[in-house]
Design a protein around this ligand. Structure first.
Ligand code: BG6
Length: 503
């Protein structure tokens, strides 16, 4: 990770899946924001590749119209013009070796000549994972994949990276036959979020937190990734994936590794990823019998959110009406190392919960009760540090204070840091940093092959048990509730409870 600002290298970005949702909602707005902040070079162009046959002029019109809708603010006309001149398109069948990839090659030649770009290419595969190796292979076969004569070739692969340990290993192997690991950027958009990156700065850029960041002072850690939305139009994908696959081995494990890792020897990509990887290897895998009492699954039924009555998951579009897919998952994880032995990490994620909220709660141990034994204080407030990842990014420290008055009474108070109050509103899609890092060759915020495999290794036993024993009680939580009762029980059993605040 670098702290110097420089314009990205001149390059062409080739987006496979260019007519899809991700491209219009995230990728182009992110590129626009980067251009506005002068992070993109003059010698830059984008080639969209999709299945549809489209004229370049039509694609340009569509992208400019989408940009106006999704950049979140008044568009800068000059900037739009700058973009328009740099957008190209070619369409066809991704399986067709003969035509599409020859067209891409010819277009890359033209675009490089027109914009004086020295043949640095970066490919963004916003396609289903089944196509990753196929597309990368065809790019390579057409002489567009090897890094030669100082020209770089990088590949970003969208999530999901496989659907279990076997498919992830196979994909890593297949890509490894075509590309070097240095060329592969496995993206996880949670690492593009400011607050997620701030975990490292917070922990290692301050001296006061690290000495207490361990089992001597921390009782447990909770991570909640709650969404109000249901599966929306993605029922087809989601019904084959489920909450665990969709959110845990990727997004939530990123949050865990950054929260739990040891200080890296530097902020070089591999130094940081080595430490993250050690955490993933230290998470104790579940034996089949552990799944029954350390993992909870749920599926939403009908219910109300924001006074709107919402349908059950099984009635969603493209979802099997008898579906056994979970839309909620909670786990109790143990990290088997010196720092974290005995400190449970409780994680949960779900759709159709009462709030859109991602946060990490570090719950510190109680103070010894001696001093207050003879006072009216029943329960001492414990200290809690909450890292709010979204929507209101910030950090809150909760602690006890004396309520003014003649008797000793204790109340809980907060110390709050809010990003927007301090740094102002930043318009960001979360993809800016990741695209920029790929263009400057910094892989720190991307997943290495061993990390992806270690993550799948942890969740695979759970997926296996859940598949072998279908849930009998689905749907088991109402839309608008905090998930199934068993998820509460997971903590209650240990004398703890989830922090279910709505803000
Ligand atoms: C995606 C999942 O990776 O992350 C979605 O596939 C989920 O199901 C989304 O809604 C959540 O991302 P964010 O940034 O809105 O928390």
């Amino acid at each position: 990770m670098s702290n110097t600002q420089r314009t990205a290298d001149p390059c062409v970005m080739v987006i496979f899946g260019a007519t899809g949702d991700l491209t219009k909602r995230k990728l182009f707005p992110a590129l626009y924001n980067l251009a506005k902040e002068k992070f993109l070079p003059e010698n830059f162009a984008i080639i969209g590749v999709g299945r549809q046959e489209l004229e370049i002029a039509d694609f340009r019109n569509k992208i400019i119209a989408d940009l106006k809708e999704f950049i979140g603010g008044a568009p800068d006309e000059k900037m739009l013009e700058w973009f328009e001149q740099r957008i190209y398109y070619t369409g066809g069948d991704f399986d067709d070796d003969k035509k599409l990839f020859k067209d891409i090659k010819a277009l890359l030649g033209e675009v490089c000549a027109a914009h004086r770009i020295p043949e640095n290419y970066f490919y963004y595969l916003a396609t289903p994972p089944q196509l990753f190796a196929n597309v990368a292979g065809k790019i390579d076969k057409n002489g567009l994949g090897k890094e030669e004569n100082g020209k770089w070739r990088r590949f970003i692969f969208e999530k999901p990276f496989g659907r279990d340990i076997e498919s992830a290993k196979k994909l890593n192997y297949e890509l490894g036959e075509i590309l070097t690991e240095k060329q592969i950027y496995r993206i996880d958009h949670y690492l593009g979020k400011e607050t997620v990156q701030n975990i490292l700065v917070f922990r290692f850029g301050n001296s006061i937190f690290e000495p207490i960041w361990n089992r001597n002072f921390i009782d447990h850690v909770q991570i909640t990734v709650a969404e109000k939305l249901g599966v929306e139009s993605r029922g087809g994908y989601y019904d084959t994936a489920g909450a665990l696959r969709d959110m845990i081995p990727n997004h939530i494990f990123q949050l865990i590794t950054l929260t739990a890792m040891e200080p890296p020897v530097s902020f070089e990509a591999d130094a940081v990823r080595d430490e993250q990887s050690k955490i993933l290897h230290a998470i104790q895998p579940f034996a089949p019998e552990d799944v029954l009492h350390k993992a909870v699954r749920g599926q939403y039924g009908a219910g109300d959110i924001d006074e709107k009555n919402l349908a059950a998951y099984r009635s969603e579009e493209q979802v099997n009406p008898q579906s056994n897919t979970e839309t909620f998952a909670a786990l109790k994880l143990s990290i088997d190392n010196w720092r974290w032995a005995g400190v449970p990490f409780y994680i949960r994620t779900g759709k159709r919960l009462p709030a859109k909220r991602t946060d990490i709660t570090i719950q510190f141990k109680k103070a010894p009760l001696l001093l207050f034994r003879d006072t009216s204080v029943e329960k001492l407030t414990t200290n809690r540090l909450v890292i709010h990842v979204q929507p209101d990014e910030g950090i809150t420290l909760h602690f006890g204070a004396k309520v003014p008055g003649p008797i000793v009474n204790m109340g809980e108070v907060d110390m709050d840091f809010n990003y927007v109050d301090h740094f102002g509103e930043q318009i960001s899609t979360g993809y800016e940093r990741l695209l920029y890092d790929c263009m400057t060759g910094d892989a720190t915020l991307f997943q290495r092959a061993d990390m992806v495999e270690a993550s799948w290794q942890i969740v695979s036993p759970i997926l296996d048990v859940w598949q072998a024993i279908p849930a009998r009680d689905f749907p088991n939580y109402e839309s608008g509730g905090w998930g199934p009762a068993d998820a509460d029980e997971l903590l209650n059993r240990d004398g703890r409870r989830w922090k279910n605040t709505l803000d």
